[in-house]
Ligand binder design. Sequence first.
Ligand SMILES: Cc1ncc(COP(=O)(O)O)c(C=O)c1O
Length: 383
Amino acid sequence: MFAPRITRLRPSLVREILAAAQSPGMISFAGGLPATETLYAPDWTQLQLSPQLLQYGPSEGEPQLRALVAERARHMGLDCSAEQVLILNGSQQGIDLVAKLWVSEGTRILCESPTYLAALQVFELFGADMQPGTGDAAGLLPAAVTAEQAEFAYLIPTFQNPTGLCYPAERRAALAAAFDQAGLPVFEDDPYRDLAFDGTPPAPLVAGLRAARWVYQGSFSKTLAPGLRLGYLIAHPDLLTPLTRLKQAADLHSNRLSQGIVTQVLATGALQAHLEHVLPVYRAKRDAMQAALQRELADEAEWECPAGGLFFWLRLRRPIDALALMQQGLAQGLAVMPGQPFYAQTSAPAALRLNFSHSSLAQIEAGVATLARLIRQAPALAV
Ligand SMILES: Cc1ncc(COP(=O)(O)O)c(C=O)c1O
């Protein structure tokens, strides 16, 4: 016997592909994994973790960490106080908490199309009716924002997963005005902001809101290490009490040892130093994948070279079955992510998401060559 909502739980294709991608010799462009060699390794001899951290702690998170997160947010243009910060066990938890706060059976959520597949998974579990909005090369169109269409919006305006798109400042401002006018709350998911290869991205979209309520969230998974399971949300003051209670009901509080580590990383400036080490590595991998794709696949696919984040989004010129392509790839030692699970609707254009951070430069070369061969051999579906 299960609760009726369990029937709505999508299987996570990413987890299944990631399991296959673990096999020895497999080149994986499938997950959103940081490179193993760039994971932040604390200097254990320098770490000063108080034994107090082994005791239960506050649901909101460690006070010093909340203050440091608020300071960073103000630096990126989001005016907020430490009291508005809630520390999370990974930003995936923020999606769960916001879903519990706002989503019930039939709640309409305006989203990008495509969007983050694990957000679709959570929102749909709670009964959401996803409303993919029309977008263009600069992001969601302000005309898509109407109070009639949705009860709130879920957006990833900075190095979007899966497309890599970064909304320019003008589009953010136009959307913020549209959300204010419609009185539509905004949930901005921002885990990739610090992985910027070609200049600092514009301030968060919610920083431009004057009236609408908002939740903004970030993560330390992509910059430090996903195994820390640490993220945060910052919310409009009206939303903090219910969100904190939801957090308390879910897990009492986030892991205090991880919070202790990240507090020191932020307080000592080690995050910045780590990013200075990581960014050139990722930029070189991004450039290698761009060059390999250009050489091998320009006639079969189109894409924009991402200015940050972890992914290329390949739109295939022919209507190829991307799921079958993925299965053939696995048989030949290459894991790629088909585009379909990133869409709320059942029919979607033929696309692939390719992660460039996890593979070595040699694997990027070899993997793109294999992919090009598979795409060339794939028959076009009858449309
Ligand atoms: C858009 C987006 N949101 C949230 C998450 C969850 O990240 P984490 O829970 O590791 O902070 C991810 C992870 O890939 C993501 O791409």
